[in-house]
Design a protein around this ligand. Structure first.
Ligand SMILES: Cc1cc2nc3c(=O)[nH]c(=O)nc-3n(C[C@H](O)[C@H](O)[C@H](O)COP(=O)(O)O)c2cc1C
Length: 407
């Protein structure tokens, strides 16, 4: 852990005293620690303690002569940022993009290739508040790692969730992330699409599918832990990888198509794993009582009629466009078949190869997904059938082998 630079942020929770132990352990393990504290944090832990432990002045103000650019420079300086304890107030401010003190301003300047950890600590009602819950979700989707909270006796006398994770466990996670940095980086960059598209009907309704992101998240985690640069382009509210990677949200067919195009034309990717479940159709218009409503329609359509009609227009397959966005990538496409015989499955796989110029096709059958089946069979094709695997972990290993063989 020697020589790593840690930006240690503290907000105003009663658990702030526990940060002293964690800071001390980081320093004893050779880290350089710079603390940043909110005004409220200093009600709970003194500057003398923090400065004594780190040998550095605690940073609390944005406007300090000689340190005016600290809100940017400290991000560049640090290898990792940890906010522990994180109050409900600061979590909600970070998720809203508010930069009204040095701690929150630094977050707005955060560069996402560096880990940002948040260890929440609060009363269980504050933790369960919809604002806090949705802020944590939002921060997670941006790539912040939200550490779990403990459960038990809280300072307010209640029993419940929201207790700061044990400092030794926070230390272990920081150590793990920093040690991972030392591993030689695999230079391949991979774009993974995940989840189902949402096709708007009106301002409050949409058509979607059952995709959960489970397969894509597991594949992403395999590549992240093997040191690849992974970008996870995903639908809202689906399963996210546990590992650190760039995350970008899409909603509709159109927004996914635009995001794939933008990523492939603005960055160098080596491979695309296109696992998103893309709608074959988007809603063009809705007919209610002989009146035509063109989509997008931002209001709510009347729902008093017995029948309404949706006019759907066919979407061009994104998978067939990927190689035109970037010729030099390895493309893995997915084919979900529906209870078909081997011959018919093969026909569908071959059609996908032909239309998309994919390098690999992973086929699985909907019958595998029924009844909460945990064992999913996947067949991997590279023009001809290469192998069959029993679960998504094996599938990820197989894909990695194939990518490396083509490098
Ligand atoms: C004794 C005491 C304990 C508190 N503990 C917590 C806490 O554990 N978590 C929390 O989110 N807020 C807690 N608060 C409320 C925060 O201090 C308050 O929301 C403050 O504005 C947070 O400021 P900051 O986020 O800028 O640090 C506590 C307040 C008091 C008076």
């Amino acid at each position: 852990m020697s020589n790593y630079k840690i930006l240690f942020k503290i907000s105003g929770s009663i658990a702030a005293y526990k940060s002293a132990y964690l800071i001390s352990k980081l320093v004893q393990n050779g880290c350089e620690v710079q603390t940043v504290a909110t005004e409220s944090a200093l009600e709970f832990i003194g500057k003398a303690t923090l400065e004594g432990l780190t040998g550095k002045q605690v940073i609390t103000d944005t406007f300090v002569s000689g340190g005016m650019m600290s809100h940017i420079n400290l991000v560049k300086w640090a290898d990792l940022t940890i906010l522990a304890p994180a109050t409900a107030n600061t979590i909600n401010k970070l998720a809203a993009g508010i930069g009204d003190n040095i701690l929150t301003s630094l977050f707005l300047a955060h560069t996402w290739e560096k880990p940002y950890l948040i260890a929440p600590a609060m009363n269980m009602w504050m933790f369960d508040h919809p604002a806090t819950k949705s802020s944590l979700e939002k921060l997670k989707s941006w790539g912040v790692e939200i550490l779990p909270t403990g459960e038990g006796y809280l300072a307010c006398g209640d029993m419940g969730k929201g207790k700061l994770l044990e400092p030794d466990l926070i230390f272990n996670r920081i150590e793990e992330l920093l040690e991972n940095k030392k591993k030689p980086k695999n230079k391949l960059s991979i774009l993974i699409t995940a989840g189902g598209t949402r096709e708007d009907i009106d301002g409050v309704r949409f058509l979607t599918n059952l995709s959960t992101g489970k397969t894509a998240a597991a594949i992403a985690d395999h590549f992240i832990s093997a040191g690849y640069n992974v970008t996870y382009l995903h639908a809202p509210d689906i399963i996210l990888p546990k590992g650190n990677c760039e995350k970008i949200i899409f909603t509709s067919y159109k927004s996914l198509d635009e995001a794939v195009k933008k990523e492939l034309s603005s960055k160098k990717y080596n491979a695309v794993i296109h696992n998103a479940a893309v709608s074959d159709y988007s809603v063009e218009s809705v007919v209610v009582a002989d009146k035509i409503y063109n989509v997008p329609f931002s209001e709510k359509l009347p729902s008093s009629e017995e029948n309404i009609s949706l006019n759907l227009k066919r979407n061009e397959k994104i998978v067939n466009k990927i190689k035109s966005y970037s010729k030099d990538i390895l493309l893995t496409a997915f084919k979900l078949t529906a209870n078909q015989n081997e011959e018919r499955k093969l026909e569908q796989v071959n059609k996908l190869f032909h239309d998309s110029s994919a390098d690999f096709v992973v086929q699985n059958d909907i019958s595998n997904r029924m009844g909460g089946n945990v064992q999913q069979m996947f067949s991997v094709y590279g023009k001809e059938k290469l192998t069959e695997v029993k679960n998504v972990g094996e599938l990820a290993v197989e894909l990695e082998k194939l990518f490396l063989s083509k490098k």
